[in-house]
Design a protein around this ligand. Structure first.
Ligand SMILES: Cc1ncc(C[n+]2csc(CCOP(=O)(O)OP(=O)(O)O)c2C)c(N)n1
Ligand code: SF4
Ligand SMILES: [Mg+2]
Length: 346
């Protein structure tokens, strides 16, 4: 009698299945944009073949900051105090530069209480992938406006926002982040490619993902709702990411795309809708964001990439080895060195 054997599960380049990248069952509302982002993170880390144990998941406080519990349960995870994820992420990367630091946080966590921490992370080019799950509200505390809510945006209670929003992408570009992008939680293809490119980038990555809060901010009048985004989203270009370790048949139109070589040799291929869009120009990126704002459009895509800027770790000449593994003789100054310091202080 013929026997049928079950095919072996598909594995990535380090022999893991996608199940090895999953986390706990989500406790967020059904349909919350944040859940879709968790799915994209799982797929991107699986496809890039990053060992989950190398990843440090960092967050603040909020529904978005709970998300790391729902992906890569084999990674280390740290929920910081509200808005303090950047300093914890900086510390983690300094202590062990072999880690892949993934910060997942909210617009409230980032642009309100944590804005002071956010700006300093962006200006240092610390290798951290910073994902903002941006719904324009404080979801966890029942839907008050955050600092990214657009003027005229309406809460369920009828309250209208009159304060101008902070554009975290424009701010990050201005401050020195070296990979800045915006996507939408429902745009599977674009977000997936962006996250893979972000993993390959060395330096600060900011991805602002508009992520509708279905409970407090997905109704008529909200500018972060599914309907509003569907009607107003304007993709800057098609993003496709080609990892160097995958043999891929490339499909591109010469003359309409630009390739950016990342530090690890892999390529970010941007398929432009406009002939002349150049993601290596800071000025152009800021101008396009300002124009989109004036036109009431949500521009998505990779706005700015600079793979050549030195990272914070390079600037301070950080050791390759994790600090916790250094022997005494490498961390303790010699008696002569201490005496010299004392002499200088006299
Ligand atoms: C120091 C401090 N202040 C205020 C709060 C209350 N609080 C908890 S989450 C939150 C806002 C979360 O909003 P956001 O970061 O946008 O996440 P979301 O829930 O929308 O995903 C606030 C104000 C807190 N936990 N700690
Ligand atoms: S309250 Fe909003 S942000 Fe929080 S889990 Fe529900 S839908 Fe998501
Ligand atoms: Mg929010």
């Amino acid at each position: 009698m013929a026997t049928t054997s079950t095919p072996a599960p598909k594995t990535n380049r380090i022999g893991l299945t996608v199940l090895d990248y999953r986390g706990g069952k989500t406790t967020l509302c059904a349909g919350c944009g944040h859940n879709a982002i968790s799915e994209r993170i799982i797929d991107a880390f699986y496809e890039m073949g990053i060992k989950p144990e190398r990843v440090a998941k960092l967050s603040g406080i909020g529904c978005s900051s709970k998300s790391p519990a729902y992906f890569m349960s084999r990674s280390a995870s740290f929920n910081s105090v509200h808005g303090r994820m950047p300093s914890v992420a900086t510390g983690a990367v300094l202590a062990n530069r072999k880690l892949v630091a993934l910060g997942v946080t909210g617009d409230g966590d980032t642009a309100s209480i944590g804005i002071g921490q956010f700006v300093h992370l962006m200006r240092r080019n610390v290798p951290v992938i910073y994902v903002i799950e941006d719904n324009g509200v404080y979801g966890l505390t029942k839907g008050q406006f955050s600092a990214t809510a657009d003027v005229g945006s309406k809460l369920k209670t009828g309250v209208i926002n009159e304060l101008p929003p902070i554009d975290t992408c424009a701010m990050a570009i201005e401050l020195g982040a070296t990979f800045v992008a915006r996507s939408f939680s429902g745009d599977k293809k674009q977000l997936h490619a962006m996250l893979k490119a972000a993993i390959a980038h060395q330096g600060t990555v900011l991805i602002d993902v508009v992520s509708p809060c279905v409970t407090f901010n997905d109704h008529e009048g909200s500018t972060k709702s599914y309907k509003y985004m569907k009607d107003h989203e304007e993709p800057l270009h098609d993003v496709n990411f080609v990892p160097a370790f995958e043999d891929i048949a490339i499909d591109y139109n010469p003359g309409t795309s630009i390739n950016v070589t990342m530090h690890d040799g892999s390529q970010l291929r941007l398929r432009k809708l406009e002939e002349d869009y150049d993601p290596t120009s800071k000025l152009n990126a800021i101008k396009r964001l300002a124009e989109a704002k004036e036109n009431n459009e949500v521009l998505t895509g990779v706005f700015y990439v600079n793979p050549k800027a030195p990272t914070f770790l390079e600037m301070i000449d950080m050791t390759e080895d994790a600090l916790a593994t250094l022997p005494q003789e490498r961390v303790r100054p010699s008696r002569e060195a201490l005496e010299q310091i004392m002499e200088e202080l006299r």
